[in-house]
Every structure is written in C-alpha cells, then in structure tokens.
Ligand binder design. Structure first.
Ligand code: NAD
Length: 249
C-alpha cells in the first residue's frame, strides 16, 4: 500500500518497542499511516518500519526526543510533509525507575517529569491547533495504575503518571467543544522491557496480587488504544481506562 495521504495518520511516541510497538502494529494493520517516534531505539524503530512497509503497510520512523520542543517541531513538519495531517496522537514514551524517594536525585526527578509531562505537553500542543481547525482528533495518553494509586519506591514515576491523568481530564474539558477526545489508558503490569528491572521474585508477587493471575500483554493495551481512536468511541472523553487484570479495582 505504501504512504497514503487519504489514510488517517497516527503518531506514537516511543513507538518502536514494548507497548508502543504493539500500538504501531495494530494501527498499521488497520491501514493508518503510522509514525513511529523513537529516541534511543534506532535499530528497533528501523526494523519495525521496514517490517511494516514490507507487509504493505504505511509506516515512517522518526527520531526525536519528546522533551525537546525543537525536535518535536521538526517531527511534526516531517509528518505533515509525508502524510498531510495527524489524526491521532498517542503519548506513550516513558521511562521508569525503582528507588527510594530519598535516593532520587534532582536530575532523575527532572528527567521523569520531563519525559512524561513535558513530552506530552510538547507533542499535544503541536497537534491541537490542526485538530481544532478540523474539529476532529484523538489524544490518548499512556499513564499507569501507579498514577492512580501510587507505588512505593516509584514516587517520581507515580507523580508523573498522575500528572498525565490531570492533564487528560483538563484538556478533555477544554477541547470537548472542538470535538477532540482526550483519554488516558492506565495499564497494570505489562510484559515489556520496562519490567526487566524487577526480580523474578518481585514479578511473582505482583502476579499473586493480580486477580487474573498473569501480566498483561502489550497487544491488549494496543487494542484498547485503537478502540479509543475509533469513531465508535467518540462519546468517551476525559476518562482513565485501566487494563490491569483486576490489580486495581
Ligand atoms: P519501553 O521501555 O519498552 O518503551 C518506552 C519507549 O519510550 C522506549 O522505546 C523509549 O525509547 C521511549 N522513550 C523514552 N524516553 C523518550 C524520549 N525522551 N523521547 C522519545 N521516546 C522516548 O516500555 P513500555 O512498557 O512499552 O512502556 C510504554 C508506556 O507504557 C510508558 O509510558 C510506560 O510508563 C507505560 N506503562 C508501562 C507499563 C508496563 O508494565 N510495562 C505499565 C503501565 C504503564
């Protein structure tokens, strides 16, 4: 199929690996132009782009650090040149950290807040004017159950993820009259590289606390994100939808 200006376009930040990769896959399979933003995962991004193109889908991998406004500006220009517009933004890029609050350095704190909150601000602010003009658009923010209930030894992460929920609710109210839906997906524990920092024992404990007795799969989060991007979900805005196996009820 290749690049197509008639298709809808989705921009997925941190779209090369884990949950972001699964989101890229599901949108590509449903004939969106998929913009795979990456920062450090160049090999994974190029492999995913090549794989999707070889299967006849439309994909473009673009390097940009979501915390750098200038880099996001360039990314948006490139997407407009390639596809014409952006219909769906998925703010998925994220980092994690497990350490005591008292051991968290100022640099680590700033980086956590910047990737999740400034990144979401940068990307959203640059797609909203176009969505307002078209009176149509979807912004989907990937938060976490820890942003809903807090996690010990993840104070900075929980803070950033809770901030994404506040942003979602406020922006949904502001953009509702322009027919733009802003929602949050708050995953529970999902099997990705982000879980590598936990020991097998810690993972076992998390599974024991999960009523469905397993971790989630990246594809399960991707399917929920895709659903929220569809016209059938047009009456859903400002919500936090948590796919978590019952870990948080
Ligand atoms: P991951 O580490 O596989 O993916 C995160 C991606 O974000 C990576 O590709 C990384 O390179 C990218 N990224 C980081 N900083 C960036 C920056 N400055 N600019 C652009 N890209 C950047 O982890 P994942 O598990 O797939 O996580 C995806 C999202 O889901 C994150 O926001 C994470 O907080 C959230 N989440 C994950 C889980 C889980 O259990 N895995 C649970 C809840 C929420």
């Amino acid at each position: 199929m290749g690049f197509n200006k008639m298709n809808r376009t989705v921009l997925i930040t941190g779209g090369a690996k884990g949950i972001g990769k699964a989101i890229s896959e599901v949108f590509a399979q449903n004939h969106y132009n998929v913009v795979i933003n990456y920062f450090s995962s160049e090999k994974a991004a190029q492999k995913l782009e090549k794989d999707l193109l070889e299967r006849g889908f439309s994909a473009l991998a673009i390097c940009a650090d979501v915390t750098k406004r200038g880099e996001i500006e360039k990314l948006i220009d490139t997407v407009h040149w390639a596809f014409g517009s952006i219909d769906v933004l998925v703010n998925n890029a994220g980092i994690s950290q497990n350490k005591l609050f008292t051991d968290t350095t100022e640099e680590e704190w700033d980086s956590m807040i910047n990737v999740h909150l400034k990144g979401m601000y940068n990307c959203s602010q640059m797609v909203v004017p176009e969505m307002v003009r078209k009176k149509q658009g979807k912004i989907i923010n990937i938060s976490s159950i820890w942003g809903m209930v807090g996690a010990s030894c993840e104070v900075s992460y929980s803070t950033a993820k809770a901030g994404m929920i506040g942003f979602t609710k406020a922006l949904a109210k502001e953009l509702g009259p322009s027919n733009i839906q802003v929602n949050c997906v708050a995953p529970g524990v999902i099997e990705t590289e982000m879980m590598d920092s936990f020991t097998e024992e810690e993972k076992g404990m998390m599974i024991e606390q999960t009523p469905l007795m397993r971790f989630g799969k990246a594809e399960e989060i991707a399917n929920l994100v895709f659903y929220l991007a569809q016209p059938g979900a047009d009456f859903i805005t400002g919500q936090v939808i948590s796919s978590n196996g019952g870990l948080v009820i």
